[in-house]
Design a protein around this ligand. Structure first.
Ligand code: MLC
Ligand code: AMP
Length: 521
């Protein structure tokens, strides 16, 4: 018999990093009632084994998707690990998504298993069963639900499914400039290689303690944060929701924090944020949206720490990072530079090109393209869209516009994709405009992003009525709320007589942005 190839699955790598002392605390939660819960590494191993055995008992074909829309909880994290362990494909869904959005994702991904909150079982199961899903389980954020009930009958040992680098581990849906969401297919190789590299680059240590206060249905909270802590064999202090005060209060017992810029802005609004509170911390990491230079400087001033900003995407996981420490490759003079996202990470190829896809010299602004083991396999069942997003020589077009300086620092100066990033969540105007345009009495609409002190950027809608129709901006916003996730809802909606257009008839969003620039100043 030939020897089996080594298990290259992501779970195998994470499991191998568990500390020898499995009775040590892996996760400490701040439970909703304020009583912390402690999960040991052994708990994580055994509980994820139970769930993996349950998933295995369903006899699903290879590559089956497990779609999950549940509130953040440690059990939800265990379900992610169990899905990897069972060799299935994890498909996380933001809890803010409304039924029409969920119906699209489930219809498109055709998951074999759907896990939802007990409260949503009625409508989610209806959508799922209609789409042909065979198994719908529930999982509450208080350790309730049919998933745990069923898993309790299964054994607490499980040998992780063998997976190669090219096998699918997760699908992350990202909205698109056409308004139709695309499922980015990430492989075990993508996730594993990026996590191992970051672990080293950010100097992860076994005695690190990560404050985890991000949602776990996107790259930042699910992959970057969780993989870093698990691969480090380091403890997490786990918050279901971000609250600036409780996070600051936890800092003396922690060493690393990861957040989107809004979280930093909110913590800066608290008097308790001071050098003393951050004395034990070694690293503050920011990403998912641009960190304002004022926030970067205020943070230095208030805590004595320099935030490390990094840049990534659902399709590529992490691409660039400011240095953790001086690196001989860059002359040993690196520093974390505000307003930049740092250097291309080891193994990541990054180039700035003109519209002809030719690389531009340092200092010139152009489109950012990337390649490497971290770059996704393509969009789920969208080969044409996938082909459009890659150059013939294999570089992925990020849709971000940037510049690389002589030293290699990357600065993102804009986006070629029509995208608003609000509080770290992506809002594609095409999707919101399409939903507004389908409303009675609406002729057309435009959504633009304007600066916002808390969310960085928020959407403002301008709607043009059909002749004779009477429209009300607030009524449009209320109607949108049942159709789209809350973070996609524009913060204001204006009714106007026409949209500014150029001679080609294209809506001049830059003029609308300029008009509403100071709305939230
Ligand atoms: C909430 N609201 C938002 C919003 N979040 N509005 C705009 N943008 C957002 N991001 C609105 C709600 O609709 C609601 O409006 C009101 O704010 C309060 O809702 P909430 O749920 O109580 O908000 P809160 O808990 O304060 O959430 C804010 C937040 C959250 C910043 C903590 O948005 C968040 O966790 N963001 C992080 C997103 C993230 O993890 N991104 C990583 C993507 S990965 P109303 O009108 O109903 O009161 C990625 C790749 C990479 O980008 O590089 O990392
Ligand atoms: P998502 O598709 O949700 O993963 O969002 C990816 C996008 O977030 C990128 O294409 C960038 O536009 C943006 N992004 C991520 N990190 C940063 C950052 N540090 N600065 C500016 N933009 C960022």
């Amino acid at each position: 018999m030939t020897a089996l190839p080594p298990n290259e699955s992501l779970f195998a790598a994470l499991r191998a990093a568990f500390p020898d002392d499995l009775d040590a605390t892996a996760i400490e939660t701040a439970a909703p009632d304020g009583m912390p819960l402690y999960y040991t590494w052994d708990d994580i191993d055994r509980a994820s084994a139970r769930m993996a055995n349950l998933l295995g008992s369903l006899g699903l074909p290879d590559g089956s998707r497990v779609a999950v829309q549940v509130e953040k909880s440690v059990e939800a994290l265990l379900l992610y690990l169990a899905t990897l362990r069972a060799g299935l494909v994890f498909l996380p869904l933001n809890t803010a998504y409304q039924s029409a959005e969920i119906a699209y994702f489930i219809g498109d991904a055709e998951p074999a298993v759907v896990v939802c909150t007990p409260g949503n079982f009625g409508w989610v199961s209806k959508i799922a069963f209609t789409a042909g899903t065979a198994h719908v389980f529930t999982l509450g954020d208080d350790r309730t639900g049919s998933l745990l009930d069923r898993a309790a009958h299964h054994g607490e040992t499980h040998e992780a499914a063998r997976k190669g680098p090219d096998d699918l581990a997760a699908i992350l849906y990202t909205s698109g400039t056409t308004g139709r969401s695309k499922g980015a297919m990430l492989t075990h190789g993508n996730l594993r290689s990026n996590a191992v590299m970051l672990n080293d680059y950010w100097g992860w240590r076994r005695d690190d303690v990560l404050i985890h206060a991000l949602p776990i249905f996107h790259v930042h909270g699910l992959f970057v944060a969780i993989h870093a802590a698990l691969l480090g064999g380091s403890k997490m202090i786990w918050f279901q929701k971000f609250d600036p005060r409780t996070v600051i209060a936890a800092m003396p017992r922690a060493t690393v924090f990861m957040g989107v810029p809004t979280l930093y802005v909110r913590m800066l609004g608290e008097n308790a944020l001071a050098h003393e509170a951050a004395r034990n911390m070694r690293l503050f990491i920011s990403g998912s949206a641009p960190l304002l230079i004022e926030t970067f400087r205020d943070w230095q001033h208030r805590t004595g720490h320099t935030i490390l900003e990094r840049y990534g995407m659902s399709e590529t996981i992490m691409l660039t990072s400011n240095p953790y420490q001086a690196d001989a490759r860059h002359g040993g003079q690196d520093e974390r530079r505000g307003g930049t996202v740092g250097f291309a990470l080891p193994g990541v190829g990054l180039r700035v090109v003109g519209d002809d896809d030719r690389e531009l010299p340092a200092g010139e602004t152009g489109n950012i393209q990337v390649r490497g083991a971290n770059v996704f396999k393509g969009y789920w069942r969208m080969p044409e869209k996938t082909a459009e997003e890659f150059t013939p020589d294999g570089w992925f077009k990020t849709g971000d516009v940037g510049v690389v300086d002589e030293r290699g620092y990357v600065r993102i100066v804009g986006r070629s994709k029509d995208l608003i990033i609000s509080g770290g969540y992506n809002v594609y105007p095409a999707e919101v405009e399409g939903t507004i345009n389908d409303m009675p009495g609406v002729m057309e609409s435009a959504l633009v992003g304007v600066p916002h002190p808390d969310f960085g950027e928020v959407g403002v809608a301008v709607v043009i009525p059909r002749p004779g129709a009477q429209l009300d901006g607030d009524a449009i916003l209320s109607a949108l709320k049942s159709q789209l996730a809350n973070f996609k809802i524009p913060k204001r909606c204006f009714v106007a007589q026409e949209l500014p257009r150029n001679t080609m008839g294209k809506v001049q969003k830059n003029l609308l942005r300029a008009q509403y620039q100071g709305l939230f100043a």
